[in-house]
Design a protein around this ligand. Structure first.
Ligand code: NI
Length: 268
């Protein structure tokens, strides 16, 4: 499988499980735009069996290399980003991991138990990034307790391994060529923007602006029954040239912090 096939497969899973994301994509196409992905993001826990380095393997094997490391102090996350060595149109890959040791014993033991229910042969397999919530039906009570400490942990406990978001590269859009235009287009089509800390995160001076819609609500089978919870979301990024005239290619932890809140629990 080459990297194009990897992204196609991730995309199919993402739109199947989160139909709202396909609706957004279709809106851009109907508007006459060509959609390129700025980046695709994954979430994981920092356990050595499934941490960033483990998820990155399949991309490193397929022409990618590491280009940046980021620390999200408030969310207690570490992240790295990867780029394809030669294909400048290939999406960046952004992988974050939750620093579980700074959380409660409850969160740590829940995560350990969750990982222990994943067959060990999957840890080293290229299939890991598509495998979803391998341990099966989660407990709604446990989910609620995890969320109280970390929305990120709650999301991961329920959704598992899949693309957390795809990101439209706004620089490649013709008509909707600013985040302001993208945001009002989305709102006029009935989508809810993640407005934690403002609708646009980052500034032209920081060379990266991002916005996102709130994750669509999906129905999940829990042990206690079916409940509505946030699934994946769609993100939008506009990059600006640096002093050398080259488009900035990294990420900015301070301004991306609130973007993680796109998957916070909310009621429709
Ligand atoms: Ni992102």
């Amino acid at each position: 499988m080459n990297y194009t096939q990897i992204f196609d497969r991730l995309w199919q899973d993402y739109i199947e499980q989160n139909p709202a994301t396909k609706n957004v994509y279709d809106l851009f196409i109907t508007e006459g735009e060509t959609v390129y992905n700025d980046h695709i993001a994954f979430r994981t826990f920092n356990d050595p069996r499934i941490n960033i380095d483990v998820l990155a393997k399949v991309f490193l094997k397929n022409g990618y290399e590491e280009r940046g490391t980021y620390k999200f102090e408030e969310k207690k996350l570490l992240a790295r980003h990867y780029e394809h060595k030669t294909d400048i149109h290939a999406p960046r890959v952004f992988i974050s991991e939750l620093l579980t040791e700074v959380f409660s014993d409850f969160l740590q033991s829940t995560v350990r138990k969750w990982i222990s229910e994943i067959p060990s042969e999957l840890f080293q397999s290229d299939e890991l990034i598509y495998s979803g919530n391998v341990p099966g039906a989660p407990s709604f009570e446990v989910y609620q307790k995890l969320r109280a400490e970390s929305e990120y942990a709650g999301w991961l406990y329920v959704n598992g391994f899949m693309a957390n978001h795809f990101t439209v590269g706004v620089n490649s859009l013709k008509k909707l060529d600013s985040l302001q235009k993208v945001n009002s287009f989305l709102k006029s089509n009935g989508f809810l923007l993640n407005d934690a800390g403002g609708e646009i995160q980052g500034t032209p001076e920081e060379l990266l602006e991002q916005s996102s819609i709130k994750a669509g609500i999906i129905k999940i089978q829990f042990l206690e029954g079916i409940f509505d919870v946030p699934g994946c979301y769609y993100e939008f990024a506009r990059r600006y040239p640096d002093a050398d005239g080259k488009l900035y290619s990294g990420f900015i932890a301070t301004s991306a912090n609130k973007i993680f809140e796109s998957t916070n629990f909310y009621k429709k």
